[in-house]
Each structure stands twice: as structure tokens, then as C-alpha cells.
Ligand binder design. Sequence first.
Ligand SMILES: Nc1ncnc2c1ncn2[C@@H]1O[C@H](COP(=O)(O)OP(=O)(O)O)[C@@H](O)[C@H]1O
Ligand SMILES: Cc1ncc(COP(=O)(O)O)c(C=O)c1O
Ligand SMILES: [Mg+2]
Length: 264
Amino acid sequence: MKKTLTLAGSDSSGGAGIQADLKTFQEHNVYGMTALTSIVAMTPANWGHDVTPIDVNIVEKQLDTILSVGVDAMKTGMLGSVDIIKLGAKKITAENIDKVVIDPVMVCKGEDEVLQPENTDAMRELLLPLATITTPNLFEAGQLAQTGPIKDIDGMKAAAIKIIELGAQNVVIKGGKALEHEKAVDLFYDGKEFALLESERLETTYNHGAGCTFAAAITANLAQGKTVKEAVIAAKDFVHTAIKHGWKLNQFVGPVKHGAYNAH
Ligand SMILES: Nc1ncnc2c1ncn2[C@@H]1O[C@H](COP(=O)(O)OP(=O)(O)O)[C@@H](O)[C@H]1O
Ligand SMILES: Cc1ncc(COP(=O)(O)O)c(C=O)c1O
Ligand SMILES: [Mg+2]
């Protein structure tokens, strides 16, 4: 059994965060372990997000538990504080983990203001150099690369080049729904060649957790021995089906259906 770790936040509503990661790991038949960095709760009246970071010492205890067992691949998601980012970088280096997916979560969907800019700087400086691959959405790619808002594929390419210069081995920038394009286009770059990964663009708002599911699927695929590009292509297929079967949880949110790929 291949073993995977997610260092990420809890989305109490179940669609994103570690909940998405564990569901996705299960669907890929890998064993998932979790180090929780923050807890996100939603106000029932308006679904406003309330984020509580976990004390860094408690994060370290969780990581020590998991790393004593060992992992085949890991991912990061919402990280909560600069201290947690520093800890994550220290452990990845000390344990020589060589399949590392950095999902640089900065905001939850629909918002475009970074809540903790200092976290972005720490991710850029400490985590990108350790990334086998990083998976920013359009907004996050602009923040990491400091290129400003990205509007088209040329802008995605410029940001991808910058992100590789910052030390990531590979990057996939998710155009998703945010890019004005007839298809859902992601740009993969390994520092040598660009590959545009296209799928049908689904007209839905039930896509909560798509990014976490995509990164977790890449992690599971890497653990199982796929190359980075193969892992990304298979993950795009997996998340596409999950979005296609996204569903309404309540009046505010619709999660992807994490199990759709195997069920349909
Ligand atoms: N409406 C959509 N139709 C098809 N694919 C989508 C759609 N929205 C997102 N995706 C795909 O889902 C994955 C996650 O992207 P995205 O939703 O942009 O990430 P995030 O949740 O981090 O913002 C990417 O592969 C993206 O292309
Ligand atoms: C704990 C946590 N992680 C990550 C995310 C980002 O989710 P997505 O996969 O939609 O980018 C969210 C969004 O609500 C979250 O609550
Ligand atoms: Mg995301």
C-alpha cells in the first residue's frame, strides 16, 4: 500500500481541504494520513469563512507521527501561518521527501484578496524550491510569480517561467473557470516544454474543492509511480468527472463529487 500525507486545513463542510484529500486518496487506493494546520468553520447564516490556525507544536507532533511511518508522496494545502510553512519546509528537507505537491492555497473560491500576504512570501521562498510540482490557480500564479493578474495563456506562460525560476521542478497553472476561454485549460511546464491540457468547460458553480481534489489526485498518482506529467493528466481527468457530478450541498456551496470517477 502506498502512503500519502496531506499537510492542510480542515474544511468542516467536507468538500475541500483534508476532507477532499482523504476522499481522493481513498478513490486512488492509497493510504492517506493527515497533519492538520487550521480549522475552517462556516457561519450558517452567510457561509462566511472563519479560519483558526493550529499551534505549530501540535502540527509538528502530527508530522512526527506520520514521518516515523514514512510516506511515498505528500501534498500541502492551506497552511495557516508562516511558522507552519517553516516547519513544513524543515521536515520535507530533513526527511528527504522527493514527491512533494505544493498546492499554494491563498483564498477560498470566489474571494480575491489574500488574507495573509506573509504566507505567500514564505510559500514562495521556502516551499517552491522543494516542490516536485506546484498547482496554483490563476490568481495564485499571479501572486507567486508577482506578475499581477493573469488574463490569457501568454500570461500563464510568463508566470510559469517565473515559478520554475523560483525553484519548483514543475508547475501546472489551472486556468479552470477563471480563464476566459472556451475550454478549461491548464498549463503544464517542466522548465523545458509547455503543454496545454484542455478539457470541456463545465458550466457549473458546484466546484468547491476542485483544486484540492486535483492536487491530491496528483499526489496519489506520484505515490503510485506515475511520472509528473502522467500524474497531472490523469488528475485532470479525475477532477473533471468530479466537477461534472458536483452537487448542491446548501444554498451557498456545491462540492465536487470526489468519488465520481470510479462510480460513473
Ligand atoms: N468549470 C470547469 N470545467 C472544467 N474543468 C474545470 C472547471 N473549473 C475547474 N476545472 C478544472 O479543475 C481543476 C481545479 O481548478 P480550479 O477550480 O481553478 O482550482 P481551485 O479550486 O484551486 O481554484 C483544474 O484542472 C481546472 O482546469
Ligand atoms: C481548508 C481548506 N483548504 C483549501 C480550500 C481551497 O479549496 P479549493 O479546492 O476549492 O481551492 C478551502 C476552501 O474552502 C478550505 O476550506
Ligand atoms: Mg485551490
